[in-house]
Design a protein around this ligand. Structure first.
Ligand code: NIG
Ligand code: FE
Length: 413
């Protein structure tokens, strides 16, 4: 199927190779003037040219006149905990009393408190939750999500979560998924990290490999959860078995996860809030992306991580929602607003952080480029509800998009 989009306003295409680092001095390198059109063939952008040129060459095609609306890439959410059941809203009262995330976990709240409801939820319930969440993400312009397991914390349920997520990824007209096994997320109730670590190594990791659904492995490497040594062992074995690596580090303190991330050359080291500068430098030299998750400190009333430092030092970084029971947003435009309206980051840099740069760590299942608008890329893009592309991140609380093109198909919001 072929179709045309014509009379676009400015297109924030962000096209190029690899991540964009440093302050963007010349925005015009990444944003085209108004008046262009796009030829879409099946799920691919095959031509970008002046609207008149396309209209005369392809006059027979179905055409959508954008009447000057701006376009940005399909957003890429490179860190989500998509599947879980239950509700931890009451933990807000503990947080407001100043009780820390670690103390809440020790009191029986936190990750382990989500495991019970997740284990008892049926496949149908979890599938329903997953579909609703993916629709919400799509309404906010997300065309691809990385999705982690991690609320089963036993072999049977971790495998079940991955299998349900695989089913979700195959549903048409929903964002594509990239699946990560995060069995090493916390110790299940009644166990402890050291005992559970042994179970992961002897039983869960081999079972996940045999199942063959997860593309990557992830570990919550943080004092109070998995140690640097345990994280290293899990990730090394996972890599030997063919998995790509991601890691949660330094969310609450500098626990040495940054050095490990650099040594292992993981694809992305996420949270990385309290990582020291030497480790950040080593991560950058090793080609490791820093995946900031500002929705989490927002949810907990804490400060934001040092985005500016990454810009000053030309370190590659991205942002994602970290959607989980403790941070319940699937809106990357809201995360963009946190960057722009709370942290003085420019709209173009914020957009790069949740499209082109985040796509570097989570490939599209087609194998084509995504997170950018260029010929040969997946036809994933957002039509902004107005003439200025900057408004993508300036409307927290509702979607800034009139429509999303998802793998060549137009979905109106
Ligand atoms: O990335 N911190 C580790 N994991 C999640 C939170 C999980 C939870 O609180 O349920 C995160 O923020
Ligand atoms: Fe997370």
């Amino acid at each position: 199927m072929q179709r045309l989009l014509t009379n676009a306003g400015p297109i924030a295409h962000l096209s190029g190779d690899g991540p964009i680092t440093g302050v963007i001095e010349d925005e015009s390198a990444y944003v085209s003037e108004s008046g262009l059109g796009l030829l879409i063939e099946d799920h691919v952008i095959t031509k970008i040219a002046e609207s008149q040129e396309l209209l005369s060459e392809y006059s027979h095609l179905e055409t959508l006149d954008l009447e000057g609306k701006a376009i940005v890439p399909g957003l890429v959410d490179s860190h989500t905990h998509l599947l879980w059941a239950g509700d931890r809203s009451r933990e807000v009262a503990w947080k407001q009393k100043g009780i820390s995330y670690l103390e809440i976990a020790k009191m029986g709240g936190g990750i382990a408190a989500t495991v019970g409801p997740t284990r008892t939820a049926s496949d149908a319930d979890l599938t329903h939750l997953g579909i609703e969440r993916m629709r919400e993400a799509l309404r906010n312009g997300t065309t691809h999500l990385e999705a982690k397991s991690g609320y089963g914390l036993d072999t049977e349920t971790e495998l079940r979560m991955l299998s349900i997520a695989e089913g979700l990824g195959a549903i048409q007209r929903l964002p594509s998924l990239d699946l990560t096994w995060l069995g090493a997320h916390a110790a299940p109730m009644g166990s402890d990290i050291d005992t559970y670590f042994e179970e992961i190594m002897s039983e869960q990791l081999p079972a996940v490999i045999e199942q063959g659904i997860a593309r990557s492995a992830d570990v919550f490497c943080e004092p109070g959860w998995f140690s640097v040594e345990q994280s290293e062992e899990i990730l090394q074995h996972s890599r030997k078995k063919g998995l790509d690596l991601r890691i949660h580090i330094d969310e609450f303190v500098d626990g040495g996860g940054g050095e490990l991330a650099a040594d292992l050359k993981v694809s992305t080291a996420d949270h990385a809030h309290y990582t020291n500068d030497d480790s950040r430098m080593a991560m950058s030299d090793a080609g490791v992306n820093t995946g900031f998750l500002p929705g989490t400190p927002y949810s907990m009333g804490e400060d934001y991580p040092p985005f500016q430092k990454c810009l000053e030092n030309n370190w590659a970084w991205s942002v994602a929602t970290d959607f989980n029971p403790n941070c319940r947003t699937l809106s990357l435009p809201f995360i963009g607003s946190l960057l722009v309206q709370r942290n003085d980051i420019s709209p173009i840099t914020a957009l790069v952080a949740c499209s082109r740069n985040s796509a570097e760590t989570t490939p599209h299942p087609s194998g084509l480029i995504h997170g950018q608008i260029k010929e040969g890329a997946v036809a994933n893009l957002n039509i902004v509800d107005g003439p200025l592309w900057e408004s993508w991140c300036l409307q927290p609380g509702h979607s800034p998009f009139a429509a999303t093109m998802l793998e060549g198909e137009l979905i109106f919001h």
